[in-house]
Ligand binder design. Sequence first.
Ligand SMILES: *Cc1c(COP(=O)(O)O)cnc(C)c1O
Length: 482
Amino acid sequence: MNSKKLLKKGQIEFNEIHAKVSMILSSYISEKEHVLQQKNPKKIANQLNLKNNLKDGFKNVDSMMAFIKNYLSNTNHLKNSRYMGHQVAVPQDLSGIPEMIHGTINNPSSLYEMGPSASVIESFMINWMLKKLNWFKGDDLYDFKHSDSVGSGFLTHGGSIANLTVLSAARANISPNSWIHGNQNNLVVLGASSAHYCISRSLSIMGMGSNSFVPIPVDEKEKCIMEELYKIYEKVTKEGKKVMAIVANACATSTGLFDPIYEMAEFCMKKNIWFHVDAAHGAVALLSKKEKHNLKGIEKADSVIWDAHKMMRVPSLCTAVLFKNYNHQIKNFIQEGSYVFHKEDVIGMDTMPYTIECTKSPLGPKLFWTFALKGEKNITNYIENSFEKSKELYKLLNEREDFYCPYYPESNILCFKYLPSKLDCEKQLKLRYKIIEEGSIYLTSCLFKNERFLRVVIINPDTSTKDFKKLIEVITKIGSEL
Ligand SMILES: *Cc1c(COP(=O)(O)O)cnc(C)c1O
């Protein structure tokens, strides 16, 4: 029997279009000539025929396919092994499948009854992450019951929202009345001056003002200096301030270097201060016996955030907010919502009362999928290799007279300068734009100790020595003409 005969017209079209899109995507991932070719935005809008497509819809399947091809021709091609730019996951070839399923059925995962499968997978993955932190106390990863004083968490849309959620929980802990009556004006948060900007942004959003973030001076690698932390703590306490939380970088976004987590944790325990580890990028080291030492002491924290859309090959966004103590999660937002917050009377695992989002995408399935495609060992190897390769690049650059690396890398992020005595900060930046214009490499730049550096993140699993040689070749060629 011809199975096609049993299908309705709409289904046939559905299958054909999906097959065509698959073919286009499969050629996209195999053609990797350029990383990025930037065009003028108007030119792209014209090429995508946005006005007509919006008004009249795609004319037919061919015009839909033409649109997709044009769309793909104006992308930053992360699958290119010379993509060394931002901390954005290079997905596996089949990573998009959960997103396709979601886009077809739309089952958000913040309410169990709106997406039971997605909710269960999210809870399962949270248990798995808690276990890596030694915060999971259940007998089995299928143990979904929560109780006081054990680890808990949920997934949310990105590290910035995750940090905001955690800082709000830290405030609820030290100043439970703030939720209703507004902030008491003496709360401060301490963290290395190299902390991600979203920490101070969160404090502003919370109405505490960005001045409530008190930066701890950093050493020559931009890591938190413990003696300075003690001094600042004494100083702010004398001024009548209360330390709401201390935040550690694991690792710092610009450098990829880890704060002294263990020492900071000990200090927080001694002083009874909420300790938050912003492990957006570096939490993945928990998966590796070899790299775990970077996170020594992390299990002593009160909260951790972990971006899966950076080093776990998960398409953005997907971040875990993890608490050592379930009470901190439930006491964060003190609100009633009659149509959504049912407390004990429903089975399951609604995350809506605890997240900033109301509706949220099913984040668990795409996180789970990354492992289900090839297994945990594969992701662990990928992480270890990426960390290793930045050390290889460090050696290559460090051997040369014309490059300068200010530190030995601890993760897969590395900063460096080309011809530091000849090219000032402005020229380093100019060099980056020229490299991007050339199109064969994509990298970023950052300020380190107030000076402009070029910055690479080794995040594509195929990046190899060959690409590092090409990087050096392109930089020396363009740089020598500046
Ligand atoms: C990337 C990063 C963030 C921000 O996370 P997003 O998911 O991009 O919002 C916060 N903190 C650190 C340390 C990071 O590396």
